[in-house]
Design a protein around this ligand. Sequence first.
Ligand SMILES: NC(=O)c1ccc[n+]([C@@H]2O[C@H](COP(=O)([O-])OP(=O)(O)OC[C@H]3O[C@@H](n4cnc5c(N)ncnc54)[C@H](OP(=O)(O)O)[C@@H]3O)[C@@H](O)[C@H]2O)c1
Length: 282
Amino acid sequence: MSLTSTYTLNNGVKIPQVGFGTWQTPDGQVAEESVLKALEVGYRHIDTAQGYHNEESIGEGLRKSGIPRAEIFLTTKLWNSNHTKELVQSSFAESLKKLQTDYVDLFLIHWPNPVMYRDNWQKANAETWAAMEELYAAGKIKALGVSNFMIHHLEELAKTAKVMPAVNQVFLAPGEEQATLAAYCQEHNIILEAYSPLGTGRIFNVPEMQALAEKYNKSIAQIALRWSLQHGFLPLPKSVTPSRIQENSEIFDFELAPEDMALINALDGVVGKQKNPDTTNF
Ligand SMILES: NC(=O)c1ccc[n+]([C@@H]2O[C@H](COP(=O)([O-])OP(=O)(O)OC[C@H]3O[C@@H](n4cnc5c(N)ncnc54)[C@H](OP(=O)(O)O)[C@@H]3O)[C@@H](O)[C@H]2O)c1
């Protein structure tokens, strides 16, 4: 296995098993350079979002890399204010322009139940998804997915969807394996992407993780990412630090023993839990 090993999505599209996260990566030189570094060490899967306000510099990093577009798996996400047909179309067109591309590999609904649509999230998601299906049919999106969807959101979407989601991107980190949701997604052929696989930096203060790092002679980040992979998740580590970008890519030369997987599973909530999407304030 390597950074370019893939999972196969429910429509046959291949997706690299590790992606490069970019939330809170500031627009401009930092985003551009971190993407360039990630591509240099071998990542071929980049995760951004309309809501991260860095699509433009990510597009610039991708262009400057000189790597053919077809060799890169690029994801962006629909922001919470855009859950109508017209806004899907216009914001998606804007994303393509910023990213300097004419298609994305994966387009996700970022959150299922934004405050703006809380009165009618079911209808808003159905309309949003139908608009995304049109872009998919037109070849501008290679795979459709969702993020922060719990089982009831997925079931509601399935009532009207013609194309089933290929991916659900949720909070999955040591102590938060979302076993019920994970089993549901597995049964429905939905790949789980693990966001905040390092607990947005909180994992580095966990003594049990430090002990495991010493045991395996690896870093805490590498242990957490390995745990994610061995669950069959697709981790999306974020860093703007070149040495860490490199470190987070070196996770294919060791394996955690079953008892250590269990130990990490049991660190219940140590870096937080999945936010309840029905009560977020955005
Ligand atoms: N769909 C959603 O709603 C959603 C929500 C959250 C995240 N995400 C996605 O998931 C990605 C990752 O999640 P995240 O950004 O929350 O954080 P994360 O990847 O769990 O952790 C990133 C933090 O850890 C630090 N770090 C990274 N590698 C390190 C290492 N080897 N040693 C020490 N520190 C290290 C980073 O610092 P530096 O950057 O300063 O190096 C940063 O502060 C996001 O960027 C985004 O693409 C999606």
